[in-house]
Design a protein around this ligand. Structure first.
Ligand code: SAM
Length: 274
């Protein structure tokens, strides 16, 4: 147990610097959340001014996360979730969506931002089927061997591994090795759920990647082919890799009339067959 969550511990802990923005807090600011600071809000505003529809795209990403988890929990029957780069708790978190359909579902959250663990622990204090820990997705061996993950998840059974709003923080140098290590760790019947900033030739997409890289170190817009590559030999389920708004929408969406914010990210879920 770390001391970070204790009210009597030093605040802020030495591992947190509130004078610089972080990915998790800036995204929370985009979503209109409360777990962010002046530097995060300034970056969120700057990016919003430069990228039309950015806030809407963040909300779209949350909406497709909910639809994807709901599909996996309610229709496919997956009852284990490993949510990598899970972000600060917001409305309708993975465990809430999954456990609404299956109270026995188990969810493990991992994020590099220690504030996620601080806020996460408060929410999860009374939920013994959910864990959160601070870890770097770029180190799969470490993440996959963590006692918090092993205690809750059975890797011999299907797991839904989520890289939702996360793949674009993996640089081209490391992404292949990292994502394939996670795919290899999963049992047949498992799923990989990815949403990512996409490059379909619209200037705003690479511009957002550049703003992100310059302010938050990592940020890469991938072509749909590049994103699909990371599913390896997993088989994409319907409707394949699509703009997030078009992935199993609750209401009819006109694919020929997407708003700018609906053309920043794509989503896909794929099954490990063998
Ligand atoms: N998955 C949530 C969602 O889709 O709403 C949050 C997405 S947010 C855009 C990306 C998250 O990934 C942030 O919380 C950030 O801290 C986390 N992240 C970025 N790089 C990471 C890394 N190398 N290891 C773990 N988490 C990382």
């Amino acid at each position: 147990e770390g001391s970070e969550g204790r009210p009597d511990a030093q605040w802020p802990p030495p591992s947190m610097d509130f004078s610089k923005p972080t990915i998790a807090r800036a995204y929370d600011a985009l979503l209109g959340g409360k777990d962010n600071y002046a530097a995060d809000r300034a970056l969120a505003e700057f990016a919003t001014e430069n990228i039309p529809g950015l806030k809407e795209s963040a909300r779209e990403n949350r909406r497709v996360l909910v639809r994807g988890v709901r599909h996996l929990a309610a229709e496919v029957g997956v009852d284990q979730f490993l949510d990598l780069g899970s972000g600060l708790p917001t409305v309708q978190n993975t465990h809430e969506v999954a456990q609404a359909h299956n109270p026995a579902a188990r969810v493990v959250y991992v994020d590099i931002d220690p504030l996620v663990t601080v806020h996460g622990q408060a929410i999860l204090a009374e939920n013994d089927r959910t864990r959160v820990f601070t870890g770097d997705v770029r180190d799969p061996a470490e993440v996959l061997s963590r006692p918090e993950a092993r205690a809750l998840l059975d890797f011999d059974r299907p797991i839904a591994l989520m890289l939702v709003g996360m793949l674009h923080y993996l640089s081209p140098e490391v992404a292949d090795e990292v994502v394939s290590a996670y795919r290899d760790a999963l049992a047949p019947g498992s799923y990989l759920f990815v949403t990512s900033l996409v490059d379909t030739g619209l200037p705003a997409q690479q511009e957002l990647a550049r703003i992100t890289r310059e302010n938050l170190e990592e940020g890469w817009a991938r072509t749909p082919e590049d994103i699909e590559y990371h599913f390896g030999d997993f088989e994409l389920i319907e409707p394949g890799l699509t703009y997030t708004a078009l992935w199993r929408p609750d209401n009819l969406v006109d694919a020929n009339n997407l708003a700018p914010g609906e053309q920043l990210g794509m989503a896909g879920i794929a099954l490990k067959k063998k």
